[in-house]
Design a protein around this ligand. Sequence first.
Ligand code: KIV
Ligand code: ZN
Length: 559
Amino acid sequence: MKQAKQYVPFERVNLPDRQWPDKIITKAPIWCSVDLRDGNQALVTPMGIEEKLTFFHTLVDVGFKEIEVGFPSASETEYDILRTLIEGNHIPDDVTIQVLVQAREELIRKTFEAVRGAKNVIIHFYNSTSTLQRKVVFGKDMDGIVDIAVQGARLIRQLTEEEVARSGMNIRYEYSPESFTGTEIDFAIRICEAVMEEMGATKENPIILNLPSTVEMCTANTYADQIEYFCRNMKNREAAIISIHPHNDRGTGVASAELAVMAGADRIEGTLFGNGERTGNLDIVTVALNMFTQGVDPELDFSEILEIKKIYEACTHMHVPERQPYAGELAFTAFSGSHQDAIRKGFEYMENTGTPYWEVPYLPINPADLHREYEPVIRINSQSGKGGAAFVLQHAVGYNLPKEMHPEFGNIVKAAADEYGDELSQDQIVDLFHREYIERSGAYKLLRHRFAELHEADGSVHSRFEGSINVGEKECHIVGVGNGPIDSFFNALSHAGIEGYKFVNYHEHAVSSGSNAQGICYIELKKPNGEHIFGAGMHPNVNVAALLGIICAINRAEQ
Ligand code: KIV
Ligand code: ZN
């Protein structure tokens, strides 16, 4: 990378008393989706009419009130799609469509033709103002560039007045000094003020000044400085809505937007999942949901994120990456053991305390808020820890393994994942548990059982177990008395020569599989060598489930 010197570092704005670092975002900005224009023009195959309509309705459902629908003077297709939107009555009364046009006479006239019949329209016009474009594209000085913008503004104002007189259309203006971030900041202010004056912007009828980071060429803090400087130094600030339009060339479009809002921007233009020219536009989903996770209502509803993603992918033929914030397939998945453990504890904490706040480590948002509660948050591979597999079991089939059993089952799953060499699915984990415990066969098998209560002369009650078990090929009749059914069975086992085990603990709970309610019992025994081992049994009668659990543990110990 020896050629780095050919690149000129970006210029900072002189703003030593910047205020934005101390600001916080407390309310939603005005959102404008540019999916159907900026996003669309960047697609390998631009959307057709059906796709644009589907996308448009999705944006309306999400709650966008301002939607840039196209560049109708750019092509017949764009023009026809806009006509279909208007003539097909697809635009709700509270939604404003925005159309983009260059500050050029014939294109402006065509644009006014294209929007006829619409109720609310933003005419968005632009010309490029950057130092580089003035030099290499237009060959014009600053005055020449201002002149293009002012001429465009004059014609738009004139055509607006004619249209309003004719139809009463509600028309607003937006002007973009394209490549704003590459423009000398005082020149950007000068050209915007000239446009404002030409259009007669007032507090009551403000113009939208859109300050695009057309190519993201500076750090997010520098963009914020530019926005704050602009807001503080422009004349007649209240007659303008300051809009931002960050692209994502440095991968910091979201950060740029957030800092720019802190710096005074009122409005954000961007796209769903950040589609757009080159590395894309700002991802509105991420900015909105970031806001949501800070307790601020973004006034856009992304609770159906998976459905929105599906529509987006179908319409654009783009793919939302697995790691995409909030929407990616793996956005809420933990593979690592320590993360899984903390997540599991977080869920337990929430349930046990009834806290009104979201307090689960590693999950910045409740997946249920995005209707993603049924996806596995914890997925298991060989990196996963002891609690992860237990969490999966609990979520998949409602088995609540005692904590002491987690390491044992975790190791079994880890070994299986190592051998398999890939992630284990939920079904595979449930299957592993069943094979290891519930369906475990071995030397011992319970054949028959009967319990009886013994009422002693002193008033105490004991349990008596009588039954038979297989020991290898041989059937053994066994009898035992104890404090309860488990104790009596455990004592009876010595008749079959099973000795040296100590009963440590058991847990039981009901599980329903289909219409059958079953009891599941987890047994912890101490083996003759002092190690602990677990068994599990499942049966409609929970006492029998416990006996099966004991047999399972001994079979596992003696295999
Ligand atoms: O990125 C950009 O500068 C644009 C303008 C046309 C607003 O898309
Ligand atoms: Zn753009």
